[in-house]
Design a protein around this ligand. Structure first.
Ligand code: AMP
Ligand code: MG
Length: 392
């Protein structure tokens, strides 16, 4: 069977998932972490009106003479909607955020004042414009507040709310189901009998999917002898795409391959680790089948699935960084090799652990995948290689 090139299988997954792309409108309270579809402009200017930056007195600057009392004609509070104009020769007590009365051109803070009975005198003379927040000084109505494509952080939500936006159009989060297969698997926390293996693929796949814009609506385990179809039926009832692990190689009990082989593609991808892969469609739902070894699962997701999920979620592509190998590397010609690596701040990268795709605990010490071209068999120390950041 001929091997599929990594980029061919990655494109096939991207194409299969393209139909999941969608948009929805969500209130700001539920928008953190979501990806904004399009630019959002201010509906209202910020500030919407000239107002006081301090608790103090609205004055005509030219009328203030130090220690000469002026009458306090009125008091203006935040939320007052119709303060009258400031009468010549008077001042208005004004609170922070309250609208500046017409005619006033400065605010004297309360700390520089001495209010008695109906008059106030000042210990300092203000400049014109002092302690006034001018309308639209932050942003004018119709001006861009948050650009499309932004992953909304709390500060963006504040800017949107402050300029009058209540809800935003964001990319839909695709619903993903995860099924791990293997009769040997046991949940961590339970006792481990001889021959059994703690199950780690569902937790890493769920976390990876969530990190790249998806929501995990189903996660379960199937044995190798009978219940995979039933679990898959439950999965497609809740999800837009299913990720499976294990059961796709050439052994005698390969439940994923056995059930799905007539519904799409199974075969080796020319990569190491992560060779055996599948991409099928069951009950009108795309099913991406990854191998079972835990390191193969991590690498397969990062190399083959991540970009497809990010694309439907509206997230930008992850970019590689070039790094310098600190030691010689040998590789297998004909397969793109993805070594776990530790990228340092000085731009050098060191291979972490061996090639074994069961070395899941060792892989936890890596922060990148080092991509070794399929044509290469030997790369000397000092060679520049592309590295791909692992999901944080
Ligand atoms: P398979 O691809 O099903 O033949 O599995 C390959 C290897 O990965 C076997 O050693 C399995 O025990 C192991 N494995 C498969 N699935 C998981 C899982 N969900 N968690 C941990 N190890 C697994
Ligand atoms: Mg298995």
């Amino acid at each position: 069977m001929s091997r599929r090139h990594v980029s061919v299988h990655r494109t096939a997954i991207t194409d299969a998932l393209a139909e999941l792309s969608g948009r929805e409108t969500v209130p700001l309270a539920r928008a953190r972490g979501r990806v904004l579809v399009a630019d959002v402009a201010a509906l209202a200017p910020m500030p919407a009106f000239d107002n006081s930056a301090m608790d103090g007195f609205a004055v005509r600057a030219a009328e203030v003479v130090i220690d000469s009392p002026l009458p306090v004609a009125t008091r203006i509070f935040a939320g007052d909607t119709g303060p009258g104009p400031l009468l010549p020769g008077t001042v208005a007590a004004i609170m922070t955020g309250a609208p500046l009365p017409a005619g006033a051109d400065a605010v004297v803070p309360v700390e520089q004042s001495d209010e008695r009975a109906d008059t106030v005198s000042f210990s300092a003379a203000p400049d014109v414009g002092a302690f006034i927040r001018r309308a639209a000084a932050d942003v004018a109505a119709g001006t861009l507040v948050v650009p499309g494509g932004t992953v909304l952080a709390p500060r963006h939500l504040a800017a949107l709310a402050a300029t009058g936006t209540a809800a935003v159009d964001v990319f839909r989060r695709p619903r993903v189901a995860v099924i791990s297969t293997g009769s040997e698997l046991v949940s961590p926390g339970a006792p481990l009998a001889f021959g059994q293996v703690y199950e780690s693929n569902s937790v890493i796949l769920a976390a990876l999917c969530t990190a790249h814009g998806a929501q995990v609506t189903y996660a379960d385990r199937a044995g190798d002898d009978g219940d995979f179809e039933q679990k898959l039926a439950a999965a497609v009832a809740t999800a837009d795409v299913v990720l499976t692990s294990g059961g796709v190689s050439m052994g005698e009990r390969e439940p994923v391959r056995d059930l799905l082989s007539d519904t799409g593609w199974f075969g080796p991808v020319a990569m190491q680790p992560g060779g055996p892969q599948g991409l099928t469609r069951w009950r009108d739902t795309p099913v991406i089948s990854l191998p079972g070894n835990p390191v193969s699962v991590m690498v397969s997701f990062e190399v083959l699935v991540r970009s497809a999920l990010r694309s439907v979620s509206g997230l930008p592509e992850v970019q590689p960084t070039s790094a310098t190998l600190v030691a010689d590397v040998t590789s297998i010609a004909g397969k793109t090799q993805y070594l776990r690596g530790c990228l340092q701040a000085d731009g050098t990268v060191e291979v972490v652990g061996g090639a074994g795709s069961h070395l899941v605990a060792t892989a936890a010490n890596s922060n990148v995948l080092i991509e070794i071209d399929s044509a290469a068999e030997y790369l000397p120390a000092g060679q520049e290689v592309p590295t791909w950041p692992l999901t944080q």
